[in-house]
Design a protein around this ligand. Structure first.
Ligand code: GLN
Length: 400
């Protein structure tokens, strides 16, 4: 819809990268206004998965994931509101990092759900992600939600768990073991848990009791913000009128915000959001877990036709299931490529979620896991050779 729009100013994240010597080579395809989780709702057509062009790349920032996966660029930016960087990172076999809310300036970002939007990073290794994060994070006078105080030294240090990871507590949320995560999708999850255990971590079950409401809560809050954010795009000044998904959310948001509906929808969703954030806080503050391990998606990237098919709405709705919780709670979360799926040999990512503002700690833990994968499977362009994963798993990680 913004085909003929040229920004009148430069986003803070872009300016900081330019100042640090970065070079921008282009803009990437995505779902319109970042609404979606497949990168299929775009005027330019769907983004194709570089591992199998019949499959989706994930979304909404799918083009950025593909640019990194195909090595067109060293890193790319996307926006993660409910999972839009972690999801395509998982489907395309790259690292996708969503920092804590308020650590990276949103100035210049087109808002979706303002209170969960975070500029996020795609790269091939955790160390590249750290480099980009160091450049783009920090206080910005143009975004009042960024933290004034300098980035805190991590409260937790991986080296305190030396020599490797003993006693690092990794939580597996019971509620995330969905029946839809059927066997071959559950395996990479179990494998990663096992791998962390072998590294010395203490992997244990935890509970995030309000997880099942996260999707609905997000849908209401997002539509309400969309109704207000999109009011300026009236289809008069820029291009054509927006497409179905965008229009649907504007309508739903205005409905939720009607005087007679407001407390039943928006207010309720805001309360549920608090409960979801409290679930995470309780787990971290009570010492039940230092980091949470979760899937990113139900499994490998679905085929485009299946994803778009009406009979597959459940799959679409479950796309954000594992990622929206951390978004609603504002927590840092990273998707790390851990292997290929059994079915079609497509990449699968796993997610690590850390306490608020423990971004640096999260990157340390992710890097430790990445190093273990690299040591076992060999290194290609700085990252593990995932193709070796299934050949090897039966020996070391089978039967977990
Ligand atoms: N899939 C979610 C949505 O459609 C998340 C999008 C995002 O993170 N930008 O809103």
């Amino acid at each position: 819809m913004l085909e003929n729009f040229y920004p009148a100013y430069t986003a803070t994240v872009v300016q900081r990268l330019l100042d640090a010597g970065g070079r921008f080579v282009g803009k990437t395809n995505m779902d319109e206004f970042a609404m979606g989780s497949g990168s299929v709702d775009s005027i330019f057509g769907p983004v194709k998965n570089p591992w199998d062009s019949r499959c989706i790349a994930g979304g909404s920032s799918g083009g950025s994931a593909v640019a990194v996966a195909t090595r067109a660029v060293d890193f790319a930016l996307g926006s993660d509101t409910g999972g839009s960087v972690r999801n395509p990172a998982s489907y395309c076999g790259v690292v996708g990092f969503k920092p804590s809310y308020g650590t990276v300036s949103r100035h210049g970002l087109i808002s979706l759900l303002n209170s969960t939007d975070v500029p996020a990073i795609f790269s091939r290794t955790v160390s590249d992600t750290r480099t980009v994060f160091n450049v783009i994070s920090g206080w910005d006078a143009k975004d009042s939600t960024t933290f004034k105080e300098p980035f805190p030294a991590p409260k937790k240090q991986l080296k305190q768990y030396s020599p490797d990871m003993p006693k690092l507590r990794i939580g597996i949320p019971r509620e995330f073991l969905l029946p839809e995560l059927f066997d071959h999708n559950l395996m990479p999850y179990k494998d990663t848990a096992k791998r962390l255990e072998l590294l010395g971590a203490d992997v244990r079950p935890i509970s995030l009791p309000h997880s099942e409401y996260a999707n609905a809560c997000y849908a209401v809050l997002c539509a309400c913000d969309v109704a207000s954010n999109m009011a300026r795009y009236d289809g008069i000044e820029f291009g054509h009128r927006s497409q179905a998904v965008v229009r649907g959310r504007i309508l739903a948001g205005n409905y939720f915000l009607l005087k007679r509906n407001y407390s039943a929808y928006f207010e309720q969703a805001a309360k549920v959001r608090r409960l979801i954030a409290d679930d995470f806080q309780r787990v971290f503050e009570s010492g039940q877990a230092d980091v949470i391990l979760a899937p990113v998606t139900l499994g490998e990237a679905p085929e485009l036709d299946a994803f778009c098919g009406l009979d597959n709405r459940t799959q679409q709705e479950l796309q954000d299931w594992f990622t929206v919780g951390a978004s609603l709670a504002g927590l840092p979360a990273i998707s790390l490529p851990i292997g290929l799926s059994v079915k079609r040999q497509l990449p699968v990512g796993m997610q690590l979620i850390a306490p608020f503002r423990e971004d640096l700690f999260l990157l340390d833990v992710a890097e430790r896991l990445e190093t273990s994968l690299r040591t076992q499977f060999g290194v290609d362009d700085g990252r593990p050779i995932l193709e070796n994963y299934w050949n090897d798993r039966s020996q070391t990680y089978g039967c977990v």
